[in-house]
Design a protein around this ligand. Structure first.
Ligand code: NAP
Ligand code: GCO
Length: 265
């Protein structure tokens, strides 16, 4: 009977935009499972800060300057990674932004920027890494989706459109490249304590919890925000041989939000 294989020893993992936040935690987990870690950020200062953060936790990460929306830059970065580190076995499309603006007040430029980073970039980066994965006999792509891959809410029209599209891009990559032993899945974090959600958790002037903070607690069966540590195990699972027959799936790591109508006020 084959043993379950969670090891990533000998694998190269590129987690995009992983200087901090969810991507950094996923990188820690994949490193702990044996993978060589590659990350990127948009300028040298931020890459240096990321390298320092990885060094502080004894991870010999490889950092590259790359704006994931720039296809030429992405292609050049993939070539550098393949030359300097190795063929990318595991891609985590983590880089992302959000703009919280009522739709009728949002400029088309702002809408396009969110779509560009959160949906076009995962297409660009996946397209760049798949050919070498095929040559190598397979690979893993993990797209960081969201509650907004399933649900809408006020002010996040661009983000929800992007993350809904990312869920379907995940399914399409799975459909188109599964025959090459490439598994493409999503992780859908719930509400996680990172810089991206800090504005939703700020204490009020009177020291009380932010109304949105209280709202999320009432909508989450676990009655807490997630932490980046909650994403580590699911990431190793989807990056490893343990998930070789899981394809096109979005694994929601949300404490039960999507299953729950919400606590009665
Ligand atoms: P975060 O703290 O804002 O970090 C986002 C990362 O993406 C940063 O390192 C950022 O780098 C990078 N990035 C943004 N645009 C980039 C670009 N054009 N090129 C390269 N890197 C870029 O966000 P997070 O909370 O860790 O979220 C990470 C992912 O999880 C995102 O896709 C987000 O949508 C998703 N997510 C977050 C939550 C949550 O509750 N936090 C829940 C569900 C899904 P810079 O510092 O240079 O901007
Ligand atoms: C928001 C939050 C969410 C989270 C996450 C939920 O404004 O509603 O930022 O979008 O970031 O995507 O899964």
């Amino acid at each position: 009977m084959a043993s379950v294989n969670f090891s990533l020893k000998g694998k190269t993992a590129w987690i995009t935009g992983a200087s901090y936040g969810i991507g950094f935690a996923i990188a820690e987990a994949l490193h702990e499972a044996g993978a060589a870690i590659v990350f990127n950020d948009i300028n040298q200062d931020l890459v240096d800060k990321g390298l320092a953060a990885y060094k502080a936790v004894n991870i010999p990460a490889h950092g590259y300057i790359c704006d994931v929306t720039d296809e030429a830059a992405v292609n050049a970065t993939v070539a550098k990674i393949e030359k300097e580190v190795g063929v990318i076995d595991i891609l985590v499309n983590n880089a992302g932004i959000i703009k919280r603006i009522p739709m009728t007040e949002m400029s088309a430029a702002d809408f396009r920027q969110v779509i560009d980073v959160d949906l076009n970039a995962p297409f660009i980066v996946s397209k760049a890494v798949i050919p070498a994965m095929i040559k190598k006999g397979g690979g893993k792509i993990i797209n960081i989706c969201s509650m907004m891959s399933e649900l809408g809410r006020e002010t996040v029209s661009a983000y929800a459109a992007a993350k809904g599209g990312l869920k379907m891009l995940t399914r399409n990559i799975a459909s188109e490249y599964g025959k090459h032993n490439i598994q493409c899945n999503g992780i859908g974090p719930g509400y996680i304590e990172t810089p991206q959600t800090a504005p939703l958790r700020e204490r009020q002037a009177d020291g009380s919890r932010h109304p949105f903070d209280q709202f999320i607690i009432a909508k989450t069966p676990a009655e807490r925000w997630g932490t980046t540590d909650d994403l580590k195990g699911p990431s190793v699972f989807l990056a490893s041989g343990a998930s070789d027959f899981v394809n096109g799936h979005v694994l929601y790591v949300d404490g039960g939000i999507l299953a729950y109508i919400g606590k009665q006020p």
